[in-house]
Design a protein around this ligand. Structure first.
Ligand SMILES: [Zn+2]
Ligand SMILES: [Zn+2]
Length: 482
């Protein structure tokens, strides 16, 4: 995946190359009530291309025609590899969606320039869109919401880079996360030393502030066809190598470890990352990247599948089908949701065609898709949750008390009324097991509790959708055995 786009890679020539550092402004896509809205000026590669920032100015606007203008003198020279400078200016005090148009006035090689939002070549500037929530995102008491897949500034290579862990932590807090997992690529972490450095930095951040950061890794390893696939590990003590598809070892793209070897080496619970991700042909051929299939999941000690990887595209539906196939075959994998954001706090910017063009969309925004798990005294994912749900808005969870199962659904004005709440049951069949679908009776209410009769199903699970296009799905509850 290619995120905060790095434009200094120019082999043999790049249309994107500029003798300037990457300059952009970023802020969380949503802010919970009573919490600050941090906005950062991000500069990368000023060590190669020093830059002087004169001032930053802009305007907030909402759909009611309200606006706030501001001007912020910076007058500072930047010379480092990475800068994440928090900008202090007036923020809106009323809830709802606000757009923020922002301009950066800078000087490089004695030339004065102005850019809007970023200086990415050939990429139309896009205002920041920030949803100031009226209520905190709904979730059951005592549960924790987290982003299970993101990258930090320890991912920093010729095509992409992430945000500093402390920036992610601050953004996560404002956006309403209780935890997040930093899962930098094994090929970007490079070695045990760099992993340890990140680990120490995270331990220090965790000792000082919330939300909790879980250190993990996105390990490149080999599937049954010896193609590189990605494996998420959470909380591993030690670095696990995996350089096959990192692009730094182009003469040898063979996986270093098989899936099972990587799981064993991590010593923790592991999840298949984006099992059906769409990729460029060049990734398949030059980096030998592949997909996870049924065999890769069921013949290795996998605990779950991250098929909701930031947005619901083709790969989400194919990944969900694969998950259901596993469930019907008796493999009770957990569904996992993350965003695979590299920074990308407000929208996702990335290389569209290498050396040629960039893109911006909402496919991988930090903290947008959440994995919500019951809280224990321990670190998230240091034990396997027996229940969870994934969401980009409403809460939807199954609860089993004394053998009685209830499905709860909860939304807020921020995320909209329910359009549908659907229960799926895994049913036995002599030829092949199948899923039976049942629509729940709903009205305009934002809260529902349904009693679910277990019948003789293998499992039950549920999904819902709201009028704002928000979606949630539960893990499958095993009811086959009493
Ligand atoms: Zn990946
Ligand atoms: Zn990733």
């Amino acid at each position: 995946m290619l995120h905060y786009a790095e434009t200094h890679f120019r082999f043999p020539v790049s249309r994107l190359f500029r003798r300037e550092p990457v300059i952009l402004v970023d802020a969380p896509f949503q802010v919970c009530p009573e919490l600050p809205c941090p906005v950062w000026l991000i500069i990368r590669n000023a060590s190669r291309f020093p830059v002087y920032i004169n001032e930053i100015y802009g305007e907030w606007e909402n759909a009611n025609g309200q606006s706030i203008s501001f001007k912020l003198p910076i007058q500072k020279q930047f010379n480092g590899k990475f800068h994440f400078e928090e900008l202090d200016f007036e923020k809106p005090q009323s809830y709802g969606i606000w757009s923020l148009k922002i301009f950066i006035k800078y000087e490089i090689d004695k030339k004065s320039k102005i850019c809007e939002r970023w200086n990415y070549p050939f990429l139309q500037p896009k205002p920041l869109m920030i949803n100031f929530l009226k209520e905190p995102p709904p979730k059951p008491d005592g549960w924790l919401a987290g982003d299970a897949h993101c990258h930090s500034s320890y991912t920093s290579d010729s095509v992409e880079f992430g945000a500093a862990p402390e920036v992610l932590q601050k953004a996560a807090k404002s956006a309403g996360l209780d935890f997040f997992c930093i899962t930098d690529h094994s090929y970007d972490l490079i070695n045990a030393e760099k992993f340890k450095k990140l680990k120490n930095q995270i331990a220090e951040l965790n000792s000082k502030s919330a939300p909790a950061i879980v250190i993990g890794e996105e390990i490149s390893c080999g599937n049954s066809k010896e193609q590189n696939v990605h494996l998420l590990s959470f909380g591993n003590e030690n670095y696990v190598e995996g350089h096959g598809d990192g692009g730094r070892r182009w003469w040898n793209t063979s996986p270093d470890l098989t899936i099972q070897k990587a799981i064993e080496k991590s010593g923790v619970f592991c999840f298949a990352a984006h099992p059906k991700i769409e990729m460029l042909n060049s990734e398949k051929i030059l980096l030998k990247r592949g997909h996870w299939d049924f065999k890769d999941l069921t013949e290795n000690k996998i605990h779950g599948i991250e098929f909701w990887n930031g947005f619901r595209g083709k790969d989400f539906y194919e990944g969900r089908n694969l998950w259901i196939k596993c469930l019907l075959a008796g493999y009770m994998f957990l569904p996992i949701g993350g965003n695979d954001a590299h920074g990308d706090l407000n929208c996702y910017t990335a290389v569209k065609r290498p050396l040629w063009s960039l893109k911006c969309n909402m496919e991988h925004v930090f903290g947008l898709v959440r994995t919500v798990i019951p809280s224990t005294e321990k670190n998230p994912f240091s034990e396997i949750p027996d229940n969870l749900y994934l969401t980009d808005g409403p809460a939807l969870w199954l609860e089993k008390i004394d053998g009685k199962v209830t499905l709860h659904a909860k939304s807020t004005g921020d995320f909209g009324k329910f359009l549908s709440i659907t229960v799926f049951r895994g049913e036995r069949n002599e030829n092949s097991n199948y899923e039976k679908k049942e629509e729940m009776q709903i009205d305009d209410s934002l809260n529902f509790d349904f009693e679910i009769l277990l019948n003789n199903s293998l499992y039950v699970r549920a999904e819902c959708e709201t009028s704002c296009g928000k979606f949630a799905l539960t893990s499958a509850m095993n009811v086959g055995k009493p």
